[in-house]
Design a binder for this molecule. Structure first.
Ligand code: 3QA
Length: 230
């Protein structure tokens, strides 16, 4: 039986999802709120984790271990690295890495710690479903690498370093940590993001201006996925 988790990091990222439901059961746990809803016959638990890898890991693990979710979708915004990505454009992660994980002093590559992997792959069936939705809705959807770290990147140099080191197309602050948790607990996951800024000097302003519209785009796409998910 499918029980679906949908998470975002910020309230703005899940608010447009919650707006689709009227009957919502709210449970408080670990300083956070979990919103249980039903869509057709699918049980869904929605939550925003708060910003960053630690909060995102806690929320993903809670959705899976406490609420029994067995598939997870992440919806939110991201900074673009790939110059073909413009504000509002959608990207689905093929694989994710942690750009701020660094024990290179011991000869290991960036993003690696023993027992882990530099990249975690997302679920191919969910990626294909996203591509099907994009095709059907005539929406451009890039599939690419997303790099995650506990930094709001507003610096061209840092952005380019992340781009060249991991071949990453976009960056954000939660995806890879959610990926690590889902991978360890054997839960298929999808990370979807809509671009809010280009992680450059103007990123702060751009983010403030486009957070809502881009978060809405990502959420609308998630709703289309919901209509087709098995
Ligand atoms: C940024 C959000 C965090 O959850 C990661 C948005 C979009 N552009 C980014 C960039 N670098 C890193 N990540 C992103 N999300 C939180 S800071 C703003 C908080 O405002 C993706 C993302 N360039 C709080 C109000 O004070």
């Amino acid at each position: 039986m499918l029980k679906l988790a949908i998470m975002g990091a910020m309230e703005e990222e899940i608010e447009p999802l919650l707006a689709n439901f009227s009957d919502i059961k709210v449970t408080e746990f670990a300083n956070n709120k979990y919103y249980e809803v039903k869509f057709n016959d699918i049980e869904i638990v929605i939550a925003y984790s708060k910003i960053g890898k630690v909060f995102a890991s806690l929320t993903a693990a809670t959705l899976i271990e406490k609420f029994g979710c067995n598939k997870l979708l992440f919806s939110g915004v991201a900074g673009a690295i790939n110059p073909s990505l413009k504000i509002g454009d959608l990207i689905v992660a093929t694989k994710l890495c942690q750009h701020d994980l660094d024990i290179t002093a011991f000869g290991h590559p960036f993003g690696y710690v023993p027992g882990g992997n530099v990249f975690i792959e997302a679920d191919n069936t969910l990626i294909q479903l996203a591509k099907d939705v994009a095709l059907e809705q005539n929406i451009d959807l890039l599939d690419g690498i997303i790099a995650t770290g506990d930094q709001f990147v507003a610096n061209e140099e840092r952005k380019n370093w992340i781009g060249s080191t991991f071949n990453a197309d976009a960056l954000e602050m939660e995806g890879a940590s959610v990926a690590v948790v889902c991978n360890a607990l054997n839960v298929p996951f999808l990370i979807l993001r809509s671009i809010s800024d280009s992680a450059d000097m103007d990123a702060g302003f751009s983010f403030d201006e486009f957070l809502k519209s881009s978060a809405n785009r990502s959420a609308s796409f998630i709703i289309e996925i919901l209509k087709r998910i098995k």
